[in-house]
Design a protein around this ligand. Structure first.
Ligand SMILES: [Zn+2]
Length: 477
């Protein structure tokens, strides 16, 4: 009850503040030129690399240069791009090149063709014709479709459903948008005829309502790759409990500033293709709302490695006992989240073996895969914490050698194997960049290196994804 009163007060205060501030946005936006172009021109587009693409072909298509794309994405080697990679492509001036009539658009989770059409000032019929769609059922999160580029491409606008007694002015005030701009964005002379549940585009916002009380549900990245981390962020209009299911496993959600976050580790052997994601929001009264959608998981580009190892170390009893010890830590979910933004590389060394590489020992079959990345480094080289966390394992193991694990909260754990020294103690809290260990050649290892792995919800994922500009955590994008 107290919470509701506080909410009402906050709303009243916001209204007063908005009224006080009202003349400014109205004045500022009274220039006709601003209203005649309610759609801002697009400066850049997101592009997901497809089979056969090169940076040169992408650059040419969008009137820009290879180095501009490489710079925008901090690409170490512009010659190495991979299918499914997400790139920010700055749009060039198309000198001597015909500008594209359409631009790629990534379908969001639980988004329909009508929603996308509204956001791009077109109709679902036009979109389905443009994309040769026989049925809107073929939409899924992460699918790239073409949308008209003629009006400046993507509209930065959110889709909202009006509430009973909403008025144009009320909605404009609530979202801090000049009423005229709101009216223009919705291509209606007047939004006076508002009815509950009417779809209204709010310019300048990027969220969209999926289904009340669910304000928005995002899945990043989409499409996803085998061995990646998926972050699901859900916002609601009321206090709700959020649960979910993907890959037939429940998703644990953690709430922070009104956003419910669920982190999912996609196993390196998850079947590529479409998977159903279900999200349920349950209100205090017990009533619940379900939304579902499909998500594309693409095949990771994993290599193959054959490793020669002394037979004694491959004794199944030895590895089973060691795996059991680690498996006890897999269901670790602690609060709060201790990382923020991009993670830091734990060592300077370059990669000698990538995550997900299919592995065979001696003459055996390719039955396993590499659950982490190997970074080059000589014995004694410092290892630094990639993010803040708590030390949850310090052991001397037969296969993994000197082993250390950090818990970063919300089901994110990182592990460091084959260490020569461990510089921290069990239970110790470390900050990002703290010295935690030193590289070694202990356990089942054929030379000094750092094996770095990451678990999300108990599933091994590629930690390198968390070092990239498009790391899964929405902060700092
Ligand atoms: Zn390794």
């Amino acid at each position: 009850m107290r919470r509701r009163r506080a909410f009402t007060l906050a709303c009243a205060l916001a209204l007063v503040l908005a009224l006080l501030a009202l003349p400014t946005p109205l004045l500022a936006s009274s220039t006709p030129s601003r209203f005649s172009q309610p759609v801002e021109p697009v400066q850049e587009v997101f592009y997901v690399v497809e089979s056969g693409d090169t940076l040169f072909s992408i650059a040419r298509r969008y009137g820009t240069t290879v180095s501009a794309i490489a710079d925008a994405n901090r690409l170490e080697d512009p010659a190495r791009i991979y299918v499914g990679q997400r790139l920010m492509v700055p749009l060039g001036d198309f000198q001597g090149i015909e500008p594209p009539h359409t631009l790629p658009y990534q379908v969001q989770f639980a988004e329909g063709l009508a929603d996308i059409a509204l956001r791009h000032g077109t109709t679902w019929r036009a979109l389905s014709q443009l994309n040769d769609m026989v049925s809107p059922d073929v939409l899924y999160a992460g699918k790239t479709i073409q949308v008209p580029a003629t009006e400046g491409g993507r509209v930065e606008a959110a889709l909202h459903f009006t509430q009973p007694h909403d008025t144009l002015l009320g909605v404009a005030l609530r979202h801090d948008v000049p009423p005229m701009r709101l009216s223009m964005a919705n291509r209606s002379g007047s939004l006076a005829l508002m009815y509950p549940g009417q779809r209204v585009l709010i310019p300048g916002e990027t969220e969209r309502i999926v289904q009340p009380p669910l304000l928005s549900a995002r899945v990043d990245p989409a499409p996803a790759l085998q061995g990646e981390t998926l972050v699901i962020s859900v916002r609601a209009t009321h206090l709700v409990t959020v649960t979910g299911e993907l890959f037939e496993s429940p998703i644990r959600f953690f709430e922070e500033d009104g956003v419910h976050y669920g982190l999912v580790g996609i196993h390196a052997f998850t079947d590529p293709g479409l998977h159903e994601l279900h999200i349920t929001a349950t209100q205090n009264g017990g009533s619940s709302t379900n939304i579902g959608g499909r998500l594309l998981v693409q095949e990771g580009q994993f290599g193959y490695e054959r490793i020669q190892a002394p037979p004694g170390l491959l004794d199944p009893a030895v590895s089973a006992a060691e795996n059991d010890l680690l498996d006890r830590l897999r269901p670790t979910f602690t609060e709060p989240r201790k990382w923020s933004g991009t993670l830091q590389r734990p060592g300077d060394g370059t990669i000698s073996s990538h995550f997900g590489t299919r592995r065979a020992y001696n003459d055996g079959p390719y039955a396993g895969y590499h659950g982490g990345v190997d970074l080059r480094g000589s014995t004694g080289t410092p290892v630094y914490a990639p993010a803040a966390g708590t030390v949850v394992l310090t052991e001397d193991l037969i296969i993994r050698g000197g082993a250390l694990m950090l818990d970063h909260g919300w089901g994110m754990l990182t592990g460091y194997w084959h260490l020569s020294e461990i510089e921290v103690e069990l239970g110790q809290h470390v900050q990002q960049g703290d010295l935690i260990a030193r590289i070694g050649n202990t356990g089942l290892s054929t030379g000094a290196h750092l094996h770095w792995e990451m678990w999300i919800g108990g599933v091994n994922v590629n930690p390198m994804q968390w070092l990239e500009p498009f790391h899964p955590w929405p902060e700092g994008w």
